[in-house]
Design a binder for this molecule. Structure first.
Ligand SMILES: NC(=O)C1=CN([C@@H]2O[C@H](COP(=O)(O)OP(=O)(O)OC[C@H]3O[C@@H](n4cnc5c(N)ncnc54)[C@H](OP(=O)(O)O)[C@@H]3O)[C@@H](O)[C@H]2O)C=CC1
Ligand SMILES: O=C(O)CCC(=O)C(=O)O
Length: 448
């Protein structure tokens, strides 16, 4: 980092958060991207915008006690990081996973600020969650945990204050339980969460939106180069919400997904995962809550590789859609060596800094999560709009708006990178475009 102001802010963050590696990684990437902006706009330093942006407005940490089916009492940690509300109420998902800690939620909340700004909608950034691990828990245990989590969270959120949604380990089922408990505690039926069931204020296309949006973003990157998806083979990691709907949209556009994964390993189906096979995966994961290895029992020509990620498979495109830092520098080299020409991040920060460097050096079209996976939160924003208007739009209407938003995100990121001297660098473009809107709002709102 050549700019002294940026270096100074980074040193402050390192001093305060030395024990938060994921947060430091996310901040470092954004600050590096902002060098050309900071040198052209002295008001960013005059108003201490960077110092304020790297500090969450509020962090809430609370105890979540719950009782398992055998009557044993457990205690988990609950968090909500309300990062920045300059352009709208805090907005961002809730993650339930054993790995959840403050570093992970601060990195996610920080990224969410820029992502939400890119969506063109009035959404601030936040993120929350718990180190509760849903695997292997009964329906009753999941419900009681969600209720206990919301019993504390409810006093910190509201439709104009903070609107959570799903993330890893939190889907429609958990959002439903949390919504029910909020309504009971607040005595208020309101759009306080997004990703709700369709019969109580949810939006059509929200479940599909992150995966579909990621493919729309990738399609925009391809179109920019006069290319398309037809005939392209694609590696997808994860087999949850984002991975499933990425596969569905790829199939629709004539591409062929060939992998899925979970935390135990990955499956590779060289003959392609078609609609029937995808329906099997959706049932396996969303209804039976099974493991991806079971795919090969049903489709024996596919292989399951335990403990590995799918980046050694020869493909044209890669969609990391599981979790952070799941593509290393070596795995990126492997993808490039095997001819991969596009990477679009369905997950948040799935590529390590080393992997990003490999992709950029090798001219791989690389769509960072902040831009590529913003379709989920954008459609949450559309759910909030529908709730405020007390009406529901059709699938076609929501999907059309999602497509339009993903094109705007692509074009704004592309143009920002070009304007600041690095055409084709979507990392820089997304960070700069997301930042400028929030920074302008912060300057106009005074020192808060
Ligand atoms: N849902 C949404 O709308 C949005 C999600 N995202 C991001 O997309 C990613 C996936 O989220 P989503 O699909 O909703 O979550 P799900 O819980 O539906 O699926 C997560 C998938 O990733 C796998 N996974 C999770 N953690 C790990 C890990 N540590 N190592 C290996 N595999 C792992 C899970 O496997 P297993 O079941 O074995 O744990 C599962 O297959 C996350 O990074 C999330 O932040 C981004 C924008 C919006
Ligand atoms: O829809 C939302 O508010 C959550 C989306 C989210 O958590 C994300 O974009 O990572």
């Amino acid at each position: 980092m050549g700019n002294a102001y940026i270096q100074d802010v980074m040193n402050q963050v390192k001093g305060r958060s030395s024990h938060e590696p994921e947060f430091l990684q996310a901040v470092q990437e954004v600050l590096e991207s902002l060098e050309p902006v900071v040198s052209q706009m002295p008001e960013i330093q005059d108003y201490s915008i960077l110092e304020r942006m790297v500090e969450p407005e509020r962090v809430i940490l609370f105890r979540v006690p719950w009782v398992d089916d055998a009557g044993k009492i457990h205690v988990n940690r609950g968090f909500r990081v309300q990062f920045n509300s300059a352009i709208g109420p805090y907005k961002g998902g809730i993650r339930f996973h054993s790995s959840v800690n403050l570093s992970i939620l601060k990195f996610l909340g920080f990224e969410q600020v820029f992502k939400n700004s890119l969506t063109t909608l009035p959404l601030g950034g936040g993120k929350g969650g718990s180190d509760f691990h849903p695997h292997g828990k009964s329906e009753g245990e999941i419900m009681r945990f969600c209720q206990s989590f919301m019993t504390e969270l409810f006093r910190h959120i509201g439709p104009d204050t903070d609107v959570p949604a799903g993330d890893i380990g939190v889907g429609g089922r958990e959002v439903g339980y949390m919504f029910g408990q909020y309504k009971r505690m607040a005595n208020h039926f309101t759009g306080v969460l997004t990703g709700k069931g369709i019969d109580f204020g949810g939006s059509l296309i929200r479940p599909e939106a992150t995966g579909y949006g990621c493919v729309y973003f990738a399609e925009n990157m391809l179109t920019q180069q006069g290319k398309g998806f037809k005939g392209k083979s694609c590696a997808i990691s994860g087999s949850g919400n984002v991975a499933q709907y990425t596969a569905q949209k790829l199939l629709e556009l004539g591409a062929t997904p060939v992998t899925f994964s979970d935390s135990s390993g990955f499956i590779y189906d060289p003959s392609g995962i078609d609609e029937e096979k995808l329906a099997f995966v959706m049932d396996l994961k969303n209804v039976k809550r099974g493991r991806i290895s079971e795919y090969v029992n049903k489709y024996p020509k596919a292989t399951f590789t335990e403990g590995k990620r799918p980046w050694g498979v020869p493909v044209d495109c890669a969609f990391p859609s599981a979790t952070q830092n799941e593509v290393s520098g070596e795995e990126a080299q492997e993808l490039v060596k095997n001819g991969c020409m596009l990477v679009a991040e369905g997950a948040n920060m799935p590529c390590t800094p080393e992997a990003i460097e490999v992709f950029q050096k090798n001219k791989v079209l690389y769509g960072p999560g902040k831009a590529a996976n913003a379709g989920g939160v954008a459609t949450s924003g559309l759910e909030m709009t529908q709730n405020s208007m007390r009406l529901s739009w059709s699938r076609e209407e929501v999907d059309g708006k999602l497509k339009g938003i993903m094109k705007s995100i692509h074009d704004n990121a592309f143009e920002a990178a070009k304007e600041f001297g690095d055409e084709g660098n979507y990392v820089k473009g997304a960070n700069i475009a997301g930042f400028l809107k929030v920074a302008r709002a912060m300057i106009l709102q005074g020192v808060v």
